[in-house]
Design a protein around this ligand. Structure first.
Ligand code: F1P
Length: 351
């Protein structure tokens, strides 16, 4: 529920006019972005999902090649890092052992600069990076990241705009996205007001052991994050797939015991999801669709629709994350699990 406030705090002071680059990172830092031709993102868990969303933004808006990898893999393999690579670590705590190890290794290989998106001032990650954008989420009580994720996305979008402006992003497009960022707190508030409806929807998951989450494009990482939240706090097995992959395997699992959650913020995505909806329905599966209020998808037998406010396609991943967090929360409450302290998990994995 703090998300509207902390998203605002993360963006405030950083976007006051269209000179996003200097506002966000400072002129000196802007020089470090000169000649960046590749962004390598490293993170773990929820922070990794934030990085996966950012890849879409960085390639789409800045036209810069971007790779994303979990730190726990990156650190144990041989990798090639070019001098023109910007190394970007995302971590709520700034103390995740795998992420720090990856950064230290990459430093030896050489890169243009290390940028950190972090929530804890003075943490190891902040101290060891060249550039830092702080998320202003404040301390998270729960183990499962919620506001850390949406503020990471906000910071990553601000960074992307900085890089994109550097690379000649159309001024009007930039202004539209800046406007959309400013609309985020209000839109997240509108989504939080759906709490009662989402609590109602959550009843369908209570007696289930498995679930599928589907998304396309930048909504695929949102589906991954929704699935992670559900498994972390309700212990229901949840898998996320790019929607187009459904027919390449997971469809074999779909039956009336397998609820399928999809995120589709606009008509274009709804159109692309329609074949998936039919595939699931034909097998007796229950579908839960989070879609734009203007999208052409209606509730019918086996199809449950949660209408969300119309949002800009670039900021949509931030808005669409929140109802999935609420869904997991309500399922967990119904199941009686400890939402703040799930079994077997630690807030920060420092070894
Ligand atoms: C990464 C992370 C969190 C997750 C859990 C374990 O932490 O995977 O996303 O919620 O707490 O650690 P961080 O590097 O973002 O601090």
């Amino acid at each position: 529920y703090e998300q509207p406030k902390v998203i605002k705090a993360t963006m405030e002071g950083r976007i006051t006019d269209s000179r996003v680059l200097e506002q966000a990172l400072g002129t000196e830092a802007a020089n470090l972005l000169e000649d960046v031709n590749h962004v390598q993102i490293i993170a773990c868990g929820t922070s990794y999902h934030a990085g996966m969303v950012a890849r879409y933004w960085i390639e789409e808006l800045a036209g810069v090649a971007c790779s994303v990898e979990v730190a726990s893999e990156f650190r144990y393999r041989k990798h090639v890092i070019q001098r023109d690579t910007l190394f970007l670590c995302i971590s709520q705590s700034g103390e995740t052992a795998d992420t720090l190890a990856a950064l230290r290794q990459a430093k030896q290989a050489g890169f243009r600069a290390a940028l950190a998106i972090c929530n804890v001032p003075g943490s190891s990650l902040v101290r060891e990076s060249d550039l830092v954008i702080m998320t202003q989420a404040g301390p998270e009580i729960g183990v499962a990241s919620t506001k850390a994720f949406t503020t990471q996305l906000t910071a990553l979008l601000i960074f992307t705009l900085a890089l994109a402006r550097h690379n000649g992003l159309d001024e009007q497009r930039e202004a539209d996205i800046v406007k959309a960022i400013h609309q985020l707190p209000g839109q997240v508030d509108q989504v939080l007001a759906l709490d009662g409806d989402i609590a109602e929807m959550s009843k369908a998951f209570m007696d289930k052991n498995h679930s599928l989450f589907l998304g396309r494009g930048s909504q695929f990482p949102v589906a991954l994050e929704g699935a992670l939240k559900l498994k972390e706090i309700s212990y229901i097995h949840a898998e996320a797939y790019p929607a187009g992959e459904l027919k390449h395997g997971p469809l074999a699992l779909v039956d009336s015991e397998m609820p399928v959650v999809t995120v589709a913020p606009n008509n274009d995505l709804v159109e692309k999801l329609k074949s998936n909806l039919e595939e699931v329905r034909a097998r007796g599966g229950e579908l839960f669709v989070f879609a734009d209020q203007s999208a052409d998808v209606r509730p019918e037998e086996h199809i449950h629709v949660m209408q969300l406010p119309s949002v800009h396609e670039i900021t949509a991943p931030i808005v669409y994350t929140v109802p999935l967090q609420l869904l997991s929360y309500h399922v967990a409450v119904l199941k009686g699990t400890d939402v703040d302290q799930p079994r077997n998990l630690a807030k920060s994995v420092t070894v």
